[in-house]
Design a protein around this ligand. Structure first.
Ligand SMILES: Cc1cc2nc3c(=O)[nH]c(=O)nc-3n(C[C@H](O)[C@H](O)[C@H](O)COP(=O)(O)OP(=O)(O)OC[C@H]3O[C@@H](n4cnc5c(N)ncnc54)[C@H](O)[C@@H]3O)c2cc1C
Length: 384
């Protein structure tokens, strides 16, 4: 497909956000939508490198409400979009090893359950009973939500891309947006590696690169790329099929089933911002050692794959939705390491902001870009 000269709405970025936004705008009857992705395939950015976890367990009301709206869309995804996404409700189990985290997670649990999220408290003995293959003597307790789980990220992106195309969305890969045209204080289109396209509306869904895309329009969007990585193992028959998504919160160390083996990741607290997506072998060693101390079975497992990707981090670990100071130029990014699961509802919210003037499905008034300049930051404790 060649680059058109004009579109009504241009979406920059073909990850979960861009794909969901384009689809949901098309569902609302918008025609002439152009989605532009730099890579040769859709969903190879943060979305394609993510761990696929979906959860209700957050520390702020707005994140819990985003999950309450988004995860049911994933449950109905195959029915609505016609693409299987392998939603496995294995539950997330947060392991807590210090009293400060216990106190915070108990408060979080109350908030989650006030909103009907259905999270459970498990004491240390119960956790050790459920995970006999792990070394958990220091675990004081934890929270478990049986409706949390895992979803296939590629299926979600390609499901939205194909469903959008059926509704008339033109989705182009292998084209890079190199500039944004602004006339007066209004967006007028984009410059790309394949030519210029005029448009009245341009949406920045460039994930970890959203700060760079913002600069093209002269807009400061405080989104920092931060490398995170994981590895997968060969078959581990001792790990039961209902093994939960286990997170050792104090170490930011996590395990979940992937195929017949495990996916294991750990966040490096010393990681410096940057766009490097190569695996850091030194950190991988730290990760393997910490993981094997918790799960000695890993010493016998083979390493099958490893991947690094970028979190798109904002100063308050919450996303940025909506208008920018340039009229017609919108942003949807900055999910700070847990955006995949909020992709479905984010497409709906952005379509509401653009077509109706404000978001209605979830109250995200506090997640505007202006909050950073005005000092209205929110903090999320549950960042892994
Ligand atoms: C290791 C890791 C584990 C994670 N685990 C989870 C998890 O378990 N659960 C969860 O919910 N989230 C997780 N996340 C976070 C999640 O992946 C992101 O929040 C989410 O995928 C962001 O989607 P996006 O569409 O905004 O960004 P992306 O998927 O990065 O999409 C942005 C796209 O924009 C394109 N682009 C950039 N610049 C340009 C340009 N100039 N022109 C054209 N295209 C451009 C990029 O190529 C990219 O494809 C994880 C992230 C990482 C890195």
């Amino acid at each position: 497909m060649s680059l058109p000269k004009t579109a009504h709405i241009i979406v920059i970025g073909g990850g979960v956000m861009g794909a969901s936004i384009a689809y949901h705008l098309a569902v609302r009857g918008e025609s002439n939508i152009l989605l532009i992705e730099r890579d040769n395939f859709f969903g190879l950015g943060a979305t394609g490198r993510c761990a696929g976890g979906v959860r209700y367990q957050f520390a702020t009301e707005v994140n819990i409400r985003l999950s309450l709206a988004s995860l049911p869309l994933l449950e109905r995804f195959e029915e609505e979009i016609g693409q299987a996404i392998d939603y496995r409700k294995c539950g997330y189990l947060f392991l807590l090893s210090n009293l400060d985290d216990v106190a915070v997670f108990q408060r979080n649990l109350e908030l989650q359950n006030r909103l009907q999220a259905g999270t459970q408290w498990l004491d240390g003995a119960e956790i050790r009973r459920r995970l006999p293959m792990m070394h958990l003597d220091d675990i004081l307790g934890g929270t478990f939500n049986p409706r949390d789980g895992l979803v296939d990220p590629n299926g979600v992106v390609m499901g939205y891309i194909r469903a959008g195309q059926r509704l008339g969305v033109r989705a182009l890969s292998g084209v890079t947006v190199t500039g944004i045209q602004v006339e007066g204080n209004r967006v007028a289109g984009v410059e790309t590696s394949a030519g210029r396209v005029t448009a009245q509306v341009v949406i920045n869904a460039a994930g970890p690169w959203a700060g760079l895309v913002g600069k093209m329009a002269g807009v400061d969007i405080p989104i920092t790329p931060l490398r995170r990585q994981w590895f997968t193992t060969g078959p581990m028959p001792e790990i039961p099929s209902d093994f939960p998504f286990v997170i050792d919160f104090a170490q930011s160390l996590y395990f979940h089933r992937e195929g017949q083996g495990l996916l294991v990741g750990m966040s490096n607290p010393q990681e410096l911002p940057g766009f490097d997506q190569n695996v850091d072998s030194d950190w991988e060693l730290v990760n393997v050692e910490a993981a094997a101390a918790r799960l000695p079975l890993l010493e016998k497992a083979s390493l099958v794959s490893r991947l690094a990707g970028l979190y798109e981090v904002t100063p308050d670990a919450h996303p940025v939705y909506g208008r920018t100071p340039v009229e017609g130029f919108y942003v949807c990014s900055g999910f700070s390491g847990h955006g995949f699961m909020h992709g479905p509802i984010s497409g709906i919210l952005m379509s509401e902001i653009i077509l109706d003037g404000e978001a209605q499905s979830v109250d995200i008034a506090g997640l505007d870009l202006a909050r950073f300049a005005e000092g209205r930051l929110i903090q999320e404790y549950n960042v892994v």
